[in-house]
Design a protein around this ligand. Structure first.
Ligand code: NAG
Ligand code: NAG
Ligand code: NAG
Ligand code: NAG
Length: 290
């Protein structure tokens, strides 16, 4: 009896799927992003922030007194951290920090720092003006799917043209840098926590999730022109990046949102008395582009 042995050859195909990670495209300043909530959301970020009531050009501005808006930050020195070049930003993963926000509804919530990253020019504008740089400290809520992003601006003109230690510590543009030590506390300590704005917004990159408590500190920090140039050469002055655009998404409509501002109250002597009077200005803009 003859045995026919069939040898089946099994061909194994190894499929290498070349997954192209989509890189945020800034060529249109984010105008043509279609992912997630970018095109359809009504609570998008960044926005333009009017810094005083006088700069409002619309109606419906209301004063609300006896409400609190407090920002509490714990901070530390980040040591042995890696500054990641993600092409569209520099990002530093870091987890040693907490942010607590006592919001305008007297609700206190805490978030844990997960990373910070850089935008140049700033994403938020103030009375229509960009600052040179804006750093976003991204904090995550411990249990809920919410983020609190602390936005800190840097500006040569408004903050002063001098080298900033925090920026220097990132060692961006320097050769053979591995791990760095970043004195975050030096920056956080200096921030004027009485100049904060709070509003409900989104991520400023796709998919633009509308899950962000924005805390924007309008206290521009010093930075030297040379330091700004390093970021601008990377993005704004780099033709292959976005033809003269930085890594900032253009400002979005406020729609039916409020911006809450912690108001600095001047006494008759011209002295600021934050602790005495907790007056906040509730600024509402209704349906400009609705
Ligand atoms: C946005 O426009 C740029 C060119 O200006 C293009 O390269 C990019 O693919 C567009 N993105 C989307 C999501 O349409
Ligand atoms: C850099 O930091 C990583 C962890 O973040 C660590 O594993 C590595 O040993 C450090 N490298 C140097 C040269 O210190
Ligand atoms: C954004 O939303 C998408 C879809 O719901 C989700 O998968 C993703 O984790 C969210 N990202 C952030 C940072 O919340
Ligand atoms: C210019 O941008 C491209 C990405 O579009 C990047 O790969 C390149 O390194 C940038 N050039 C400089 C000098 O940063």
């Amino acid at each position: 009896m003859m045995r026919i042995i069939t040898i089946a050859t099994i061909w194994g195909f190894i499929c290498i799927v070349n997954q192209v990670k989509s890189i945020t495209n800034y060529k249109e300043g984010g105008e043509n992003w279609t992912e997630g909530w970018c095109a359809v959301g009504k609570k998008q970020s960044p926005i333009d922030i009017p810094t005083s009531l006088g700069s409002f050009t619309v109606n419906s501005v209301r004063l609300v007194e006896n409400q609190k808006l407090e920002l509490i930050l714990t901070d530390s020195v980040m040591s042995q951290v890696v500054v990641e070049d993600l092409i569209t930003t520099y990002e530093v993963p870091f987890t040693d920090g907490f942010l607590a926000l006592w919001d305008e509804n007297d609700y206190l919530d805490t978030y844990k720092l997960v990373q910070f990253h850089v935008h140049a020019p700033s994403e938020h504008t103030f009375d229509g003006r960009h600052y040179d740089l804006e750093i976003h400290f991204v904090h995550k809520h411990q249990t809920r799917d919410r983020l609190a992003v602390l936005s800190v601006p840097f500006d040569v003109e408004k903050g002063g043209n001098q080298a900033n230690d925090f920026i220097s510590s990132l060692k961006i543009g320097e050769k053979n840098v591995q791990n760095v030590t970043i004195p975050t506390m030096n920056l956080v300590k200096k921030l004027n926590k009485n100049k904060i704005f709070h509003y409900d917004g989104s991520l400023t990159t796709p998919p633009c999730n509308e899950t962000v408590e924005w805390i924007v500190v309008n206290d521009p920090q010093p930075i030297s022109s040379a330091q700004v140039k390093v970021f601008n050469d990377r993005w704004m002055n780099n033709q292959t990046f976005a033809n003269g655009h930085g890594n900032n998404r253009i400002v979005q409509s406020l729609n039916q949102r409020y911006i809450y501002m912690k108001q600095e109250v001047k006494s008759s002597l011209g002295i600021s008395c934050f602790s005495i009077s907790m007056t906040f200005i509730l600024m509402g803009i209704f349906v400009m582009f609705y």
